[in-house]
Design a binder for this molecule. Structure first.
Ligand code: ADP
Ligand code: GN1
Ligand code: MG
Length: 363
């Protein structure tokens, strides 16, 4: 869908004229565009996003979270001599000082474009994955001093796997598209592992594991690495910044990055959990997170990887049953393929769980 991009960009506090505005990136949630603006003889890139309004009902509160976190991080980045425009997301405000623009077409926001950096879709070199771990470990470390009570819970129960399981059962019961019969094996896979659901939720509820401010969507393509050096530049996609567990953040990175192919690969013989990439990530994350991780959290990092993969697979399968209404799809059966890759990864992780634990202890 095309919008009146000129009139949208005009609302924001930036100088120049819009030259082009094209779809950009591989996110599943928002509509992201690369907006190129000409100012004199310079062309400047911006990220324009149409915020997903089906999902994010209270955009004021969502954007307030992002403002609080980016302002906090920007100060800390400046204090340590860094460049906040590159190392943090930077909101471009509207002419009347708002962090997003509301029009009949939807809610739009603009970020400064993080230059000379790339968000990888799959791990091309182990070094990239290691560096993404350093980025997310650092991010956890930066935010360890941020007061979690200031943040609004944008998507309540986002990683509450018990609730996700209940939602899955509801989708199964409704079976809106009549698809359940054809995916019995996948459904059984989910039901057989029900016991995974409560483990971290209970540790958090009982206070045995600390609740932290976490990113909650730590996929490789939500971190930007320097195109030249491969070193971490910034963590992006802050929509799901909320109270959570670092085991979720660690686990979600493993889920996405330790698979050598894409999340929707059809050929499952290519989908194998890479224990050596797991080791790269564990090494990078644990070196950067420092005091940001307690013993009980470390004991559950490897389990967090299985849990996040399980939760995500269950969400993809539920969305397939619901008729593909949540995750953006480009083709028929894509959510089912995504669910299947997750289940293959879980089977692999289950068989090398002890080795994963051993690696965490090593670092
Ligand atoms: P979604 O929530 O849909 O995943 P993201 O915020 O992750 O949306 O943006 C999608 C993609 O756009 C990212 O993976 C990245 O490639 C690119 N992107 C987002 N923000 C920036 C930015 N500030 N600078 C450069 N690229 C960005
Ligand atoms: C979505 O926004 P994006 O594409 O980075 C989803 C994550 C899933 C992921 C699976 C807000 O992430 O929870 O793990 O897809 N984000 C939201 O690829 O639901
Ligand atoms: Mg994203």
């Amino acid at each position: 869908m095309a919008y009146d991009f000129n009139s949208i960009i005009e609302q924001f506090d930036l100088s120049g004229e819009l030259v082009s505005c094209e779809r950009y990136g591989e996110g599943h949630i928002n509509e992201t565009y690369l907006a190129v603006v000409r100012d004199g003889d310079k062309e400047i890139n911006y990220i324009l996003q149409k915020i997903n309004s089906n999902l994010f009902k209270d955009v004021d509160k969502l954007m307030n979270n992002i403002m609080l976190v980016t302002e906090f991080n920007r100060k800390r980045i400046s204090a340590r001599g860094g460049n906040p425009d590159r190392e943090s997301l930077s909101i471009v405000y509207t002419l009347d000082g708002k962090p997003y623009y509301h029009s009949e077409e939807g809610n739009f926001r603009v970020y400064k474009f993080i230059t000379d950096a790339v968000a990888y879709q799959v791990v091309e070199k182990p070094e990239h994955f290691y560096q993404s771990a350093v980025a997310f470990g650092n991010f956890a470390n930066l935010l360890a001093q941020f007061d979690a009570t200031k943040l609004y819970e944008v998507l309540p129960n986002f990683h509450n796997t018990e609730k996700r399981f209940e939602n899955f059962l509801a989708s199964l019961k409704a079976d809106k598209m009549g698809r359940a019969e054809s995916v019995k094996e996948e459904i059984k896979f989910v039901l057989d592992r029900k016991d995974y659901c409560g483990r971290i939720v209970k540790l958090l509820e009982s206070g045995k594991m600390p609740v932290k401010v976490t990113h909650n969507d730590t996929k490789l393509n939500n971190v930007m690495l320097d195109v030249n050096t491969g070193k971490p530049v910034a963590v992006i996609d802050l929509d799901t910044i909320m109270p959570g567990s670092i085991c979720y953040d660690f686990g979600d990175s493993i889920r996405f990055g330790c698979n050598p192919c894409s999340e929707d690969e059809k050929d499952l013989s290519k989908v194998n959990f890479s224990i050596s990439l797991f080791e790269e990530y564990a090494k990078g994350y644990l070196s950067a997170v420092g005091e940001g991780a307690t013993q009980i959290e470390k004991d559950n990092l490897a389990f967090g990887a299985i849990l996040m993969t399980y939760e995500c697979g269950m969400r993809f399968l539920a969305d397939y049953l619901d008729g593909d209404v949540y995750f953006r799809t480009k083709r028929e059966g894509q959510n089912l393929d995504r669910a299947r890759t997750q289940f293959k990864l879980i089977t692999d992780m289950e068989s090398c769980y002890e080795q994963m634990q051993e690696i965490i202890r090593k670092y």
